[in-house]
Design a protein around this ligand. Structure first.
Ligand code: 1DF
Ligand code: MN
Length: 345
């Protein structure tokens, strides 16, 4: 049975994946050619597996019309904040990534213009050309009306903690739009023990890789340099909220011991940045205890809803979150008003 609209709040889902056919075809051609076993595992599966999961994800990803709207209606989702699916343009060479990001952003913005009542979007960019990436984010936000930017963790094994990428943080801070750190598979240097156990994907590898990336950004001093920058991470913060106490303690003692040249003192604690510069979405988490923990430790203004369509399309999860035992005012923040404020919908 379809989930009805809720009279008290809109449901805004904030990590919803899309991919145009031409980019999926490029993914298919890239499998086995770029020396990235994670990419091969992920896109080898989705583009060739006869399983129902792969077939359904594959079809749903490519739809920005009736099918997607019907699926949103069936689960009571009022608005989807869309993005190009992982790894986005980051599996391509630098120049291809820059030009494909522009094309994908134009396509996604057009879909949002068709259905401004149902769709909003965040912009892709090619991190390996940081100046062009910043220009594209600026264009996407100020000319296309996109609501922020998104990247899918490492780019050919590189992390945005490296200052050569910091133009990207600068433009997001300056435009006052959120920068969403979305998962992808661990890079070649990390993936072997994950892959040999079948744990490289969304089950665990994604979270480890993405939590690591967020932590590298935090410890590199990005938020001391860009104190107004706001980032988003999915999957209830990729486990980082649960780590906060230990991160504060061990990061603190490690820095004070001067053990690593690369680990310099920060102005605030790790947990302070997580509470003041990071939003957490519930993608892939139909689980009240985790959401309540994040709300308690980060604040109810920092935790917002995401479904992770089409990778996690479960009406029962919407029902479970709808019936969370929290004040209605907090539920409205979770489903609606936090997203409206952060993405300026
Ligand atoms: C999967 C999950 C794939 C997520 C995704 O993009 C993705 C998956 C390719 O289950 O294979 O975005 N996710 O965010 O959990
Ligand atoms: Mn996702």
């Amino acid at each position: 049975m379809a989930i009805a609209k809720n009279p008290d709040y809109k449901r805004i889902a904030t990590e919803e994946a899309w991919a145009p056919t031409h980019i999926i075809e490029r993914f298919q051609k890239l499998v086995g050619t770029i020396g990235d076993p994670g990419f091969d595992s992920l896109w080898g599966f989705y583009s060739t597996s006869p399983s129902q999961r792969a077939q359904q994800v594959f079809a749903r990803l490519q739809d920005l019309g009736e099918r997607r709207l019907a699926d949103m209606d069936a689960c009571g989702i009022d608005v989807a904040v869309l993005s190009l699916t992982s790894p986005g343009v980051q599996c391509f060479d630098a120049a291809t990534a820059t030009s494909l990001a522009r094309v994908a952003n134009d396509e996604l913005a057009e879909a949002c213009r068709q259905r401004p009542d149902r769709f909003a979007a965040v912009a892709s960019f090619g991190p390996l050309e940081p100046a062009n990436a910043a220009k594209e984010i600026e264009r996407a936000v100020s000319q296309l009306g996109m609501k922020g930017a998104i990247f899918n963790s490492h780019t050919h094994g590189q992390y945005l903690s490296d200052p050569k990428f910091w133009d990207i943080f600068a433009v997001c801070e300056q435009l006052q739009v959120p920068l969403y750190l979305h998962p992808q598979t661990p890079p070649p240097a990390m993936i072997k023990p994950f892959l040999e156990a079948g744990l490289d994907g969304a089950v665990f590898g994604f979270g480890v890789e993405t939590g690591l990336h967020m932590l590298r950004i935090l410890t590199s001093g990005v938020f001391d340099r860009f104190p107004k920058l706001q980032m988003c991470i999915g999957h209830m913060g990729e486990a980082l909220p649960y780590w906060m106490y230990r991160l504060d303690y061990m990061h603190g003692v490690t820095v004070r011991s001067k053990r690593y040249e690369c680990l310099q003192p920060l102005q605030r604690r790790i947990s302070d940045y997580l509470k003041e510069n990071v939003y957490v979405t519930s993608s892939g988490y139909g689980w009240e205890p985790a959401i309540r923990f994040a709300q308690q430790e980060l604040g109810v203004d920092r935790v917002l809803y995401a479904m992770d369509y089409p990778y996690e399309y479960e009406a029962d999860e919407v029902r479970a979150l709808d019936s969370m035992n929290i004040p209605l005012a907090d539920k409205k923040k979770f489903f609606q008003t936090n997203a409206e404020r952060i993405f300026r919908l």
